[in-house]
Write a protein that binds this ligand. Sequence first.
Ligand SMILES: O=C(O)C(=O)C[C@@H](O)[C@H](O)[C@H](O)COP(=O)(O)O
Length: 372
Amino acid sequence: MLEKVHVDLPGRAYDVLIGPGLIRSAGAHVAPLLSRKRVAVITDETVGALHLDALRAGLDASGIAMEALSLPPGEATKSWAQLERCVDWLLDQQVERRDVVVALGGGVIGDLVGFAAAILRRGVRFVQIPTSLLAQVDSSVGGKTGINARQGKNLVGAFHQPALVLADTGILGTLRPRDFLAGYGEVVKYGLLGDAAFFAWLEENGPALAKGDEKARIAAVRRSVEMKAEIVMRDETEQGDRALLNLGHTFCHALETATGYSDRLLHGEGVAIGCALAFELSARLGLCPQEEPSRVRAHLRAMGMKTDLSDIEGDLPGAEALLDLMGQDKKVVDGRLRFILARGIGEAFVTSEVPRDTVLDVLRDALAQRQG
Ligand SMILES: O=C(O)C(=O)C[C@@H](O)[C@H](O)[C@H](O)COP(=O)(O)O
């Protein structure tokens, strides 16, 4: 029942293995990468309590010793302070250039540990063992690593590809429903950006997938990773096409900064809301019929997901302030915002031809609904 997606980057090719039981069999997959039989694992306290013993047993079965560091869970861990802590600990463990660091956790741990590996001794290999749906379908693949800065999300980082990704779908059942659905926001993104048939499949199979249908989960993770791998192989460092993977993220990152990277809004929830706003903006600009954003929203609602700004509790800044936060987006060129818009479901494209006033109108209307 194991699926494999190969990310074929010259000199940095790697496999993404997808299926149940991969943590318990991790040793067999990691062993070929090792020059000595030990690894340094970094995780968070929640994931560590659930999966560290299984990983230790899985490595031990292949004679691999492990040392582990557990960090606090949550987006606030993607910080300078925790980066320093990781690097300091890895140096204390005398991790050498030919060793392998393992990131066991969700997107926060994968991004942070990947960045620590990228700068440790100018680059050490790392293995991603993503434990959230979001990390399995998105952040563990493609080599974007980094931390957040006071000025915005993911503003400090490096491209550093993993040497292997083990996406153990058997453990997705340990996720809180809220975290599972947040990850599903990224799954929907793939259908919206480039595969209308996949989006239609999600409309039909999303509810079963959320309830725990293992076959549907594997199929969704596989298709998402396949789409991500295709785009990353075309454009590893986001000079062009890779920006498509940022659908919904310009809005999302501004909202995450506005809500202080807190529990008020999980990253995947922001992506879902951001995708709905990107489709709304596309319809306002006459790029697609109004039925398209309505269909996007209908699916997110049917899945019980956050869909609109009115689903975010507490205060939000005004439209102008949100637009200012978007100005920190990494896609900005010569001070001009670039958006991922769509001519329809599955037909996204990158453009900087977006009038500021139309974006403000969309934001103002979305904010007005919160009062309504
Ligand atoms: O891998 C990519 O490329 C993506 O844009 C995937 C995003 O879903 C992901 O959240 C990424 O970390 C955001 O990248 P950023 O460059 O906008 O920080």
